[in-house]
Write a protein that binds this ligand. Structure first.
Ligand code: FAD
Length: 288
């Protein structure tokens, strides 16, 4: 399978990339690692006439601790996320999640920005970003704007990106020291997308849960932030009855498709199981 013909553009600044995208209009797409876009082009599910490669824009690989946030440039690869001591020290769930994305070859090229901007509910990073309360810096010809990851996903392959805009940076509030975390993913085989997956970040104080945030992957047209499920956990000791109620609340917001990964009912139940496992791992890891 070979993609159709297209013109290739390689701007060296964000300004020239967004100007090109605006000028070329609907026929143009940004190209990051190419591991979602090129497969779609090979099967003709996408046929852009212009690809605007972001690879030569140096500023998009920033990886920094700024105040109470970490800032990750959109062109940072999943491999770089896994190998960053800064990220592993401050937000270790990023590494845990990146490690279950695809395989090492794809992670060498695939970027965190491409994963988050793609809008495919099967991507693992978006629900994690919702769990972490991350925000996306979107840049167009008019400058930058910030959109919360919890507001960014509008439908399958539908996001808050306006024509000509690119995702330039992801800002993640650093979770408190001693927080517990877990990303649990059910997949049919290594390298597969999730049948269902759950991201959990909690804090505990003297055995009581003081904060809880939960994201769910691939069990709806968009990633899901399970706000009510998180609220149910706060103030509890994570006893069985409370965990059951939180899992039920999380399952209730899912709406998965029945597909080759299983019927909808099964995938909803698997989301619940992944949440239980991620929560238990987070509880054990929380050090306070
Ligand atoms: P690209 O493919 O280059 O782009 C993806 C889309 O996002 C395109 O529409 C592009 O125009 C747009 N885009 C890219 N960057 C930007 C930006 N900065 N601003 C605006 N728009 C942008 N992913 C998972 O999460 N979990 C998996 O288990 C998984 N398994 C995979 C298995 C296989 C066999 C393959 C081929 C891929 C798999 N992936 C999986 C997808 C992989 O992680 C991709 O790399 C990722 O989804 C997209 O990142 P990319 O850098 O390759 O983006």
């Amino acid at each position: 399978m070979i993609p159709g013909t297209f013109d290739y553009h390689r701007p060296t600044t964000v300004e020239s990339a967004v100007a090109l995208l605006l000028q070329l209009g609907e026929d143009a797409r940004p190209l990051a690692g190419g591991h979602s876009l090129i497969p779609l082009m090979k099967t003709r599910l996408s046929a852009p006439e212009h690809l605007v490669d972001l690879a030569a824009i140096e500023g998009l690989r920033r990886l920094e601790h700024v105040g109470d946030h970490v800032v990750i440039g959109a062109m940072t690869t999943q491999h770089a996320v896994i190998n960053s001591t800064l990220l592993t020290d401050l937000v270790p769930i990023l590494r845990e999640t990146a490690l279950v994305i695809a395989d090492p070859q794809i992670r060498y090229k695939g970027t965190i920005g491409g994963n988050c901007a793609n809008g495919d509910p099967g991507n693992d990073m978006p629900a994690l970003m919702q769990c972490l309360g991350a925000s996306y810096q979107l840049t167009g010809t008019g400058g930058h704007r910030e959109v919360s990851a919890r507001d960014f996903y509008l439908g399958a392959y539908e996001t808050a990106l306006a024509p000509g805009e690119i995702l330039t940076e992801i800002r993640i509030p650093v979770p408190p020291a001693g927080h517990g975390y877990g990303y649990e993913k059910l997949k049919r085989k290594v390298g597969d997308y999730a049948t269902a997956a759950a991201a959990v970040v909690i804090t505990m104080a003297a055995g009581t849960c003081t904060s809880a945030s939960i994201g769910l992957t691939n069990v709806s047209e968009t990633p899901l932030w399970a706000a009510e499920a998180g609220r149910i956990l706060v103030g509890s000791t994570l006893d069985a009855a409370t965990v059951n109620a939180a899992v039920a609340a999380a399952e209730a917001i899912t709406n998965p498709a029945s597909d080759m990964r299983g019927p909808a009912e099964y995938r909803t139940k698997m989301a619940g199981i992944m949440l239980r496992r991620a929560l238990e791992r987070a509880r054990v890891r929380a050090t306070v």
